[in-house]
Design a protein around this ligand. Structure first.
Ligand SMILES: Nc1nc2c(ncn2[C@@H]2O[C@H](COP(=O)(O)OP(=O)(O)O)[C@@H](O)[C@H]2O)c(=O)[nH]1
Ligand SMILES: [Mg+2]
Length: 451
């Protein structure tokens, strides 16, 4: 892909994997957008994996993805229907063909993998922990080389209790595996619900045209934006399905803007300085294993207007409270923070760090560390000021909702009736105990034990 890149920066390249429908769409949209503008310089190659033939066909058509960049695996060709255990074992059983195809696409020597998935489906939810195991085994055990695996996980829309169960299972599984060094190095949570709310708030005009076209929704008549969010339960009807797919179209570009920002500090470009020098591994080293990103694009910082500390405080507040990719509590207490401040050279100054840190303090747990990264460009026109904050293990009300929904669904099927209990095995390939442990894990991790 990037022939002119020299060896050191080549070594810092990553391989992108989209697994399941959501994950593959994100990779497809990312590369399509990149092809139209410029190639994403960090991405060595990409693969979209799915257990569902129709999803792959739709994906190839929509984003113009060549066949060799997709892989259909598993036993049925009709997906996993939300059964994450199937999702997990289908991937494990297809280990050889997955590795073989990654090899053909040139994955040797990359420093990391970015894996895109939804947390609430089956193929991606179950397949992601399996994929990471496969990659870690291949690199760490066979090659004795550390590779980083970053997961961009999309949280479901609200009131999807089956997806809530899957989300809890996926987070617990990814983190438990990490204890044995076979899990995700970092999981970035992006919430469909929160992203949709942002898009609706920011691009009202454009969005209303889009909804009018796609769904014949008259935006002028909508008073409660939240009511637009599909609250589908299992077996959603066709209307909410159409609605959901229109909504994902709206949120995907936002998710991708963040991905681009997150990968950018390590990309070597003429006229660009990064201080302190940063590589992809930094995020994993400096942050807790689950993070929620915030992205404030095109910040209006005006040094000549004076009172820079105040301007920076406003920027930080706005970023955390209005630009996070999953809603966080106002008095969120993150256990770690990493921020990237990027833009034209005259605005991006390391001496702003104490002010930014001070402004971030209300969102931090006592004793938690903040890691800065300044990215400055010579060319001021092409590079607006962007501020990215990664909040390590913040308080996320949505996670609380997800735990509550998951618990309700588990409770519903628990109890003495073997027919009711059959749900655990049939729908999830799992057991009540396994799911209760996962719920407990996630509740503990986020400090949510008193629900
Ligand atoms: N943001 C976003 N969410 C999606 C997309 N496609 C599906 N989803 C969400 O993903 C979840 C369903 O998982 P899906 O990826 O279809 O399952 P899988 O194919 O079995 O891994 C639901 O929460 C959907 O709202 C997409 O392209 N973008
Ligand atoms: Mg799907």
């Amino acid at each position: 892909m990037n022939e002119e890149i020299d060896e050191p920066s080549r070594a810092a390249e990553v391989f992108a994997i989209g697994i399941g429908e959501c994950g593959s769409n994100l990779v497809g949209a990312y590369l399509k957008q990149a092809r139209e503008q410029r190639l994403p310089p960090r991405i060595r190659g990409y693969l979209c994996l799915n257990t569902n033939r129709t999803d792959i066909q739709k994906l190839r058509q929509k984003y113009g993805i060549p066949k060799e960049n997709t892989l259909l695996y598993g036993e049925s060709e009709i997906g996993c229907g939300g059964n994450f255990t199937d999702g997990y074992y289908y991937a494990i059983k297809s280990k050889e063909i997955i590795i073989e195809q990654l090899k053909e696409l040139g994955y040797e020597g990359v420093s990391g993998f970015v894996i895109f998935t939804s947390t609430g489906g089956g193929t991606g939810c179950g397949g992601t922990p399996a994929l990471i195991e496969i990659l870690k085994e291949r690199f760490q055990e066979q090659e004795k080389r550390r590779v980083f695996t970053y997961v961009f996980g999309i949280l479901p829309f609200k009131d999807q209790s089956s997806e809530a169960v899957n989300t809890v299972w996926a987070l617990s599984t990814l983190l438990r595996a990490q204890l044995e060094d076979r899990g995700a190095d970092l999981v970035c949570l992006l919430s469909n619900r929160a992203m949709l709310r942002r898009v609706l708030a920011w691009r009202k005009g454009e969005v209303s045209d889009f909804l009018q076209r796609q769904l014949s929704i008259d935006f002028a008549k909508i008073t409660d934006v939240e009511s637009l969010v599909p609250s589908t339960t299992d077996g959603a009807d066709a209307v909410s399905k159409a609605q959901e797919s229109a909504f994902v179209e709206l949120v995907n570009p936002l998710a991708l803007r963040f991905v681009e920002q997150m990968l950018s500090p390590g990309v070597v470009e003429p006229g660009k300085d990064v201080f302190p020098t940063s590589d992809l591994a930094d995020y994993a080293r400096k942050l807790d294993p689950i993070v929620v990103p915030c992205l404030y694009s095109d910040v209006g910082l005006i040094p000549s207007a004076g009172n820079i500390p105040q301007q920076l405080r406003n920027m930080v507040k706005y970023a955390v409270e209005h630009c996070s990719f999953a809603e966080v509590d106002k008095d969120t207490t993150a256990s770690s923070i990493y921020y990237t401040f990027s833009g034209a050279r005259e605005f991006i100054r390391a001496e702003y760090d104490p002010h930014i840190k001070e402004a971030l303090r209300p969102y931090l747990a006592p004793g938690a560390a903040v890691t800065p990264c300044f990215v400055s460009y010579e060319d001021s026109d092409a590079n607006p000021i962007d501020f990215v904050v990664l909040l390590g293990l913040p308080k996320i009300p949505e996670i609380k909702d997800i735990i509550t929904s998951a618990t309700q669904l588990v409770d519903l099927h628990a109890g003495p009736s073997p027919l009711r209990r059959g749900w655990f095995r049939k729908s999830k390939g799992s057991s009540e105990e396994e799911l209760r442990t996962a719920i407990q894990d996630v509740a503990e991790l986020f400090g949510l034990l008193q629900l």
